[in-house]
Ligand binder design. Structure first.
Ligand SMILES: [Zn+2]
Length: 259
């Protein structure tokens, strides 16, 4: 989907998964101006629960040429006591209908939260809405990869983009997601040689399935002196991620090794 001249595939200009709503006001201006100075001009800004959707929507208004908003219930917030299916989902629909280019995210499954069945139910509701409104989808996955695959399988080819952020799974599983039309977005974790599975996916998926993200300000990697912003990491470190992914791919193509 082309959006204000910046398509999904313009990966070098895009931070494909970020939570700008979690920056303080001052940090936000700095993060955005630093990123734009590095020619990172599109921010796919993911909401996580009904309580932050208005902030995401306001950011899309405040930075109309840069912020591409997503609204969704993250698995961490998919609790029966916290989500009112009727009112929260009609709120979600109204947010999506108000901004016709908005996506659905961050949604998915997380093994760290125990209510897998309820997370799956919430995920299915949101996938259905994204399909109906033909919106891009941003997926969180942490464990439960086989289960996630089963949830996504009926939706192959249904979304303008199906993005799996910060992927951690075997390459064999990644290949199955590729067949559903998924793309993968890599963040600073890919610089860490301990993240072998993420590095293998970065090395082997076709180039058109690669995106870059920072997941900032959440994704803080100690040990890297890259682009730290008052203890936070901003979208200006996209070029670092890009450089590492390219290096891994070159090594893998020439010598079959990741490091
Ligand atoms: Zn995130």
């Amino acid at each position: 989907m082309d959006w204000k001249g910046i398509p999904f595939t313009e990966v070098f200009k895009r931070d494909a998964h970020i939570h700008l709503q979690e920056y303080s006001h001052l940090q936000l201006d700095l993060a955005i101006s630093r990123a734009i100075a590095c020619d990172i001009v599109r921010f796919d800004c993911c909401g996580t629960e009904p309580g932050d959707w208005n902030r995401v929507s306001n950011l899309a208004k405040q930075y109309p040429d840069n912020v591409f908003p997503y609204f969704g219930v993250h698995p961490w917030y998919a609790e029966e006591s916290a989500i009112d299916i009727e009112s929260d989902f009609s709120f979600l629909r109204s947010m999506l209908e108000k901004i016709p280019y908005a996506g659905v995210g961050e949604i998915g499954l997380d093994a760290k939260v125990e209510n897998t069945d309820y997370q799956g139910f919430i995920l299915d509701q949101q996938l259905e809405l994204a399909k109906e409104l033909c919106r891009p989808v941003a997926i969180h996955s942490a464990g439960l990869i086989g289960e996630l695959y089963e949830h996504l399988k009926p939706y192959a080819g249904c979304f303008p983009e199906l993005l799996i952020h910060s992927p951690s799974m075997s390459y064999e599983m990644a290949e199955k997601f590729l067949k559903l039309g998924a793309v993968f977005s890599f963040n600073l974790f890919v610089l860490n040689e301990d993240f072998v599975r993420m590095r293998e996916i970065a090395a082997r998926v076709p180039p058109e399935a690669i995106r870059f993200e920072t997941d900032s300000p959440r994704r803080i990697l100690s040990g890297y002196e890259v682009a730290e912003l008052n203890g936070l990491i901003g979208p200006e470190c996209i070029p670092e991620v890009h450089k590492e992914v390219l290096a891994i791919r070159r090594r893998y193509a020439s010598r079959g090794v990741l490091s």
